[in-house]
Design a protein around this ligand. Structure first.
Ligand code: NAD
Ligand code: DAU
Length: 340
């Protein structure tokens, strides 16, 4: 099979490529990535020379280029990870989120319609369901939970999901959608909570916790997400949505304290800052459907996953130190400068 993986130079996409090359060496993987600030070619250096791997620098919104690639490669499957993915950036500048996350998705699906495809898979997020109250631990997001978004990011992802559903119903495109909770693990860009706190703690810099720090996220080790998508590609039913999450809810402040402890840094580095606008309170996935239909269960316990992740950031400083010293500095100053 020939599989186009978009956004494969980013966090989850690159981990997915590593997973697929290892588990399905008979497949050919083509990584299509625009290499925005979040894409990093050095992440892929270990697979770049493999005969069944090809990297193409391309924008998923560039219709002509995308059609050209489909004509050349005749992919059987497309897995769309490419997106603007950071909520804070979407609050500062929504437009690029609408372009990449909505228009880009439409372009990819139009190419799938034009050239034919066995499966188009849309990598979506639990954020499309909005948030849950902290005082109702009995409530979870199921696939039937109505879409109800808070940020420009989640609205753009929900729009894309609706479009994917429409292409299935209207054109019969064989699509699947997965909606996953917060991922953590190797190669996550240091603007996101866990790597940001690790990088700051190691530099003895303040650890900026939004609001009261009690917001809850449902954390999943990235490899478990990749395994779930692989299963959906193999056995998932076209037209279906699958929620992916590990029943691993944690308050932000508890994660930050845990990172301080693991790195031997004082909790006095923790600095409460102005809250994120429209900040979702709690996410919690009910993964019963993917468990029941496809037998998926998360394999990595948070205690092990976070240990492996911290270890990875400690042993791959060259990867993230280059990032935090570049354009990211300007973003960081703009984002946090006035808050601390
Ligand atoms: P990321 O920001 O680390 O990577 C995004 C990648 O997409 C980058 O390599 C970037 O260069 C590429 N890209 C951006 N715009 C592009 C365009 N127009 N054309 C081609 N490539 C483009 O993101 P991530 O955290 O790996 O997330 C991947 C996907 O998973 C996203 O769709 C996101 O919404 C979804 N998701 C993420 C999480 C999470 O916790 N990180 C959880 C659930 C779902
Ligand atoms: O739930 C899935 C989503 O998880 C994905 O769709 C998104 O692409 C991904 O970025 C992530 O979104 P979050 O907004 O939950 O992740 P982030 O790492 O930005 O923030 C996690 C929590 O930590 C959130 O409650 C905000 C808080 N936070 C974050 C940062 C960056 C802080 O308190 N301080 C910070 O500096």
């Amino acid at each position: 099979m020939t599989i186009i993986v978009t956004g494969g130079a980013g966090f989850i996409g690159s981990n997915f490529i590593f997973h697929m090359l290892k588990e399905h060496p008979e497949d050919r993987i083509i990584c299509l990535d625009k290499l925005t600030y979040a894409g990093n070619l050095s992440t892929l250096k270990g697979v770049m020379d493999l005969p069944n791997f090809r990297f193409v620098k391309m924008d998923i919104c560039d219709r002509e280029a995308v059609y050209g690639l489909f004509e050349e490669e005749h992919p059987d499957v497309v897995v769309n990870f490419a997106a603007e993915s950071h909520v804070d950036r979407s609050i500062a500048n929504p437009e690029i989120f609408l372009e990449t996350n909505i228009i880009g998705t439409a372009v990819l699906m139009d190419a799938c319609r034009k050239y034919g495809i066995e499966r188009y898979h849309q990598v979506s997020t639990d954020e499309v369901y909005g948030d849950l109250p902290l005082d109702r631990p009995d409530l979870f997001f199921t696939e039937k939970t109505p879409l109800h978004t808070s940020s420009p990011y989640s609205s753009s992802k929900a729009s894309a999901d609706l479009l994917v559903g429409a292409y299935h119903r209207t054109y019969g495109l064989p699509v699947t959608i997965s909606r996953c909770s917060n991922n953590y693990g190797p190669y996550q860009f240091p603007e996101k909570l866990i790597p940001l706190m690790i990088a700051n703690a190691l530099a003895d810099k303040p650890l900026p916790v939004y609001g009261d720090g009690k917001n809850v996220r449902d954390w999943l080790y990235v490899e478990d997400h990749c395994k779930a998508i692989d299963l959906i590609l193999q056995h998932g039913r076209a037209g279906e949505v699958y929620n992916i999450g590990g029943h691993n809810e944690m308050g932000n402040i508890d994660i930050v304290k845990l990172i301080c402890k693991a790195l031997g840094k004082p909790e006095s580095l923790i600095t409460y800052v102005q809250d994120r606008k429209g900040h979702d309170r709690r996410y919690a996935i009910d993964p019963a459907k993917i468990h029941g239909e496809l037998g998926w269960l998360p394999e990595t316990k948070f205690a092990d996953g976070i240990k492996k992740t911290i270890e990875w950031y400690l042993t791959h400083k060259d990867w993230w130190e280059e990032i935090v010293s570049g354009e990211y500095q300007t973003y960081y100053e703009k984002m946090y400068g006035g808050k601390m």
